[in-house]
Design a protein around this ligand. Structure first.
Ligand code: CP3
Length: 347
């Protein structure tokens, strides 16, 4: 039996309630900073094999929940599974990150098949179903995908990049063909997100990790507008779906994502103040502790957490980092963060 969503603090806040203490979860809460993750990871050869083996992905999803009692689990997977399912040949190399067969022009786009994304990602939804059945009734399950621009940027570049120059050059120089790539990604992403909701995810997050690589005009065209279409597409099948958008690096334009995409909540990155002018008062906010502060710990961590909660008092707010947990993070500092949220928020 599934529990009533009303029991889940994260979902209440995503619907607009302000809670004391606020719910807390962390981007990249599963991963290499946890010794139990490193042990589990050694059981699969490639990182994608790991993501596509439900038994291992379920365990990786649950590890941080068992250890820290966070308010939400995030499905253990990756934003690049959609690129892989489209046929972009994704691999992860040790110490190098993701490597893809680069999409270099319109001819390559024709080979991408968005109609079979959900079929190809069946093991991911099996993981969602299994996690759902194992989570405590008060813990929300977050499904996710990369936003079209961020995934397109990896597909065009063929690897990670400091500035995603090739993707920007294509988007600016040949917008007609770039639109075809983005359209396939919008379709594939909607299918992937809907399948996660069908399998039991409570809510969703879209990671626009490279919003900061765009200029204001291309940000509207290739980030905000495709995200709006993804959200609209998901809600056509799942009316009222709760969707957080994390536009990393959007800076002073972060508020546009709140006003123009239909997002239920906005993830604020580390470089942007939670109190940024231009964020509508009723916007549900998530963020934005510096991941380096979580590494340093001590009084700095205590004071920073107290300050975030103080600043967000009376607003619908979800405690998180301003980017993912880094491998250098001592696990005890995550435990301390959760304790501080429950204590500060409660008092
Ligand atoms: O705990 C969670 O947050 C759930 C799982 C998750 C992963 N990646 C697992 C992962 C999530 C939500 C992501 C999102 C993701 N993946 C993003 C968006 C967030 C962000 O960081 O900006 C991006 C850009 C990616 C693409 C990606 N995946 C890169 C560039 C890399 C290599 C760099 C690195 O950190 O290793 C990955 C690999 C990856 N994804 C790992 C994990 C735990 C590490 C690989 C391993 O354990 O072998």
């Amino acid at each position: 039996m599934t529990s009533l969503p009303a029991n889940k603090a994260l979902l209440r806040v995503l619907r607009g309630d302000s809670l004391q203490p606020p719910p807390v979860w962390l981007m990249r809460q599963a991963g290499r900073y946890l010794p139990e993750y490193r042990a589990l990871r050694s059981k699969a050869s490639g990182f994608l094999d790991f993501c596509y083996t439900p038994e291992l992905a379920v365990e990786a999803t649950l590890q941080p929940i068992r250890r820290f009692g966070l308010d939400a689990a995030i499905l253990f997977s990756d934003i690049l599974v959609v690129a892989d399912a489209l046929g972009a040949g994704v691999a992860f190399r040790e110490g190098e990150g993701p490597v893809l067969e680069p999409v270099t022009g319109p001819g390559d786009i024709d080979r991408l098949d968005s109609s079979r994304v959900a079929e190809r990602l069946a093991p991911v939804y099996e993981t969602v179903r299994a996690v759902r059945a194992l989570l405590p009734p008060t813990t929300a399950l977050i499904g996710f995908a990369g936003a079209p621009w961020t995934v397109a940027a990896y597909m065009v570049e063929g690897r990670t990049s400091r500035d995603f120059f090739e993707a920007r050059r294509w988007a600016l120089g040949n917008p007609e063909s770039f639109r075809q790539l983005v359209d396939r990604l919008v379709e594939g992403t909607v299918a992937h997100l809907c399948a996660q909701l069908d399998a039991g995810a409570d809510c969703l997050q879209l990671f626009e990790s490279w919003a900061g690589a765009l200029n204001p005009a291309t940000r509207r065209l290739w980030s905000i507008e495709p995200i709006r279409r993804v959200i609209e597409g998901v809600r056509r099948k799942h009316p009222g779906a709760l969707i957080t958008v994390f536009p990393r690096g959007a800076g002073v334009e972060t508020g546009l994502y709140a006003r123009e995409t239909g997002a239920s909540a906005i993830g604020i990155d580390t470089t942007t103040p939670l109190t940024l002018p231009g964020l509508p008062k009723k916007t549900v906010l998530q963020g934005n502790l510096d991941p380096a502060i979580l590494v340093v710990g001590g009084d700095l961590l205590d004071e920073s957490v107290a300050a975030m909660i103080r600043d967000m008092q009376g607003r619908p707010y979800i405690v998180n980092l301003g980017h993912g947990v880094v491998p250098e993070t001592p696990p005890e500092h995550v435990g301390r963060l959760v304790e501080l949220v429950r204590r500060n928020g409660g008092g």
